[in-house]
Design a protein around this ligand. Structure first.
Ligand code: ZN
Length: 358
């Protein structure tokens, strides 16, 4: 977050547990922010792109004039830019109650020695200010690169009929990296042959973070989480995306509305839970289930799920953790669910949920 504090501008911290990311004390399933970024209204990025050079110009004018007029102008541009940033994933969690950024220019006028520092090469404040401007300059490009690379990866490597498991996602990621490396080398060779000066895009991702460990509350237990401080939003988005994948959560495009949603279960769900376009209350999942009414879930799939459940239960019984009565009762319940699924009375997700809930 381009947060204003006594050191002017700061990074933001996120905590990662096994399947969650915690920011500003709010808990989200890992991978949720990557989905938000993929669904981002690009108009906001265009607007930020337009405002950054305007802010830079206004700051230059203010830092040399330091009068009330130039301060008011720079403040106005800064406020507009801030409003746009507040629409972005993560930053929307940091809305400052006191809107302290609204007073930055006033603060700079009231503290001329700090402002002098800002314009003096070699000082800490000058460095922080230059870095902030540089970050803003490459900000939209970094987010767009994230969206483009991720969209490509999801569509090309995760949409095919791979299993919905962390192992399968890891293997898909390996293929993606290997292909990207090859494409990079081929492009590099071509570039040398043709003498082109176009930069070659490299998808390998590296970024600096500060890591520490903390205990956090996760539901009703306390877990050890990794606390990471990110300098840039894009670095956080990659971390959320890939940690999410390791936990079995991926971004997926809804077959009905085309927007991304988080697929966090092992089931091959194709529709999101948002209200479907043109509907007032039905979700894409309901619309999709209705549309696919005739294509009931395959009986093979139902039988496989039932067999998995049966074997798990049998193991528990063999280890003496289940009485014969309990075993009979649970198998009876599972059989009822299986039969209902075979009659087409539930979708894939409901089958998983009901078998898991017995
Ligand atoms: Zn949808």
């Amino acid at each position: 977050m381009y947060e204003m504090n006594s050191d002017f501008f700061d990074g933001f911290a996120a905590m990662f547990s096994e399947d969650e990311v915690i920011i500003n004390e709010e808990h989200f399933l890992l991978g949720s922010f990557a989905v938000m970024a993929l669904n981002l209204d690009r108009g906001i990025l265009r607007e930020i792109e337009r405002q950054v050079p305007v802010l830079e110009e206004a700051m230059i004018v203010f830092l040399s004039a330091r009068d009330a007029v130039s301060a008011a102008e720079a403040q106005e541009v800064l406020n507009e830019l801030w409003d746009c940033l507040m629409h972005l994933p993560v930053y929307h969690l940091f809305v400052e109650p006191d809107m302290s950024h609204h007073h930055l220019l006033q603060y700079l006028r009231e503290h001329p020695e700090e402002t002098d520092d800002m314009v003096t090469s070699g000082t800490k404040r000058h460095h922080a200010y230059s870095q902030w401007i540089e970050k803003l300059e490459r900000f939209t490009m970094a987010i767009e690169t994230f969206i483009r690379n991720t969209d490509f990866f999801v569509e090309e490597y995760l949409e095919s009929s791979i299993a919905r498991t962390p192992d399968a996602y890891a293997a898909a990621f390996g293929r993606y990296q290997c292909d990207a490396r090859m494409a990079f080398e081929i492009e590099l060779e071509e570039k040398e042959e043709t003498g082109s000066i176009e930069p070659v895009e490299h998808v390998e991702i590296e970024f600096p973070t500060k890591v520490s460990f903390v205990s956090v509350q996760n539901g009703n237990k306390i877990v050890l989480a990794e606390k990471m401080v990110f300098d840039e939003l894009s670095s956080f988005l990659y971390t959320d995306l890939y940690r999410g994948m390791a936990a079995g959560h991926i971004s997926r495009r809804c077959d009905n509305c085309g927007r991304y949603f988080l697929l966090s279960s092992g089931y091959d769900i194709r529709y999101c839970m948002s209200i479907a376009p043109g509907e007032t209350s039905r979700t894409c999942r309901q619309v999709g289930a209705h549309r696919k009414e005739k294509e009931k879930i395959g009986s093979d799939f139902v039988r496989r799920e039932y067999a998995k459940y049966y074997n798990r239960l049998k193991q528990r019984k063999n280890r003496g953790r289940l009485s014969v009565d309990e075993w009979n009762r649970l198998i009876g319940l599972a059989q009822n669910i299986r039969d209902a699924a075979l009659r087409g009375e539930m979708d894939v997700e409901e089958l998983g949920r009901r078998l898991g809930g017995i």
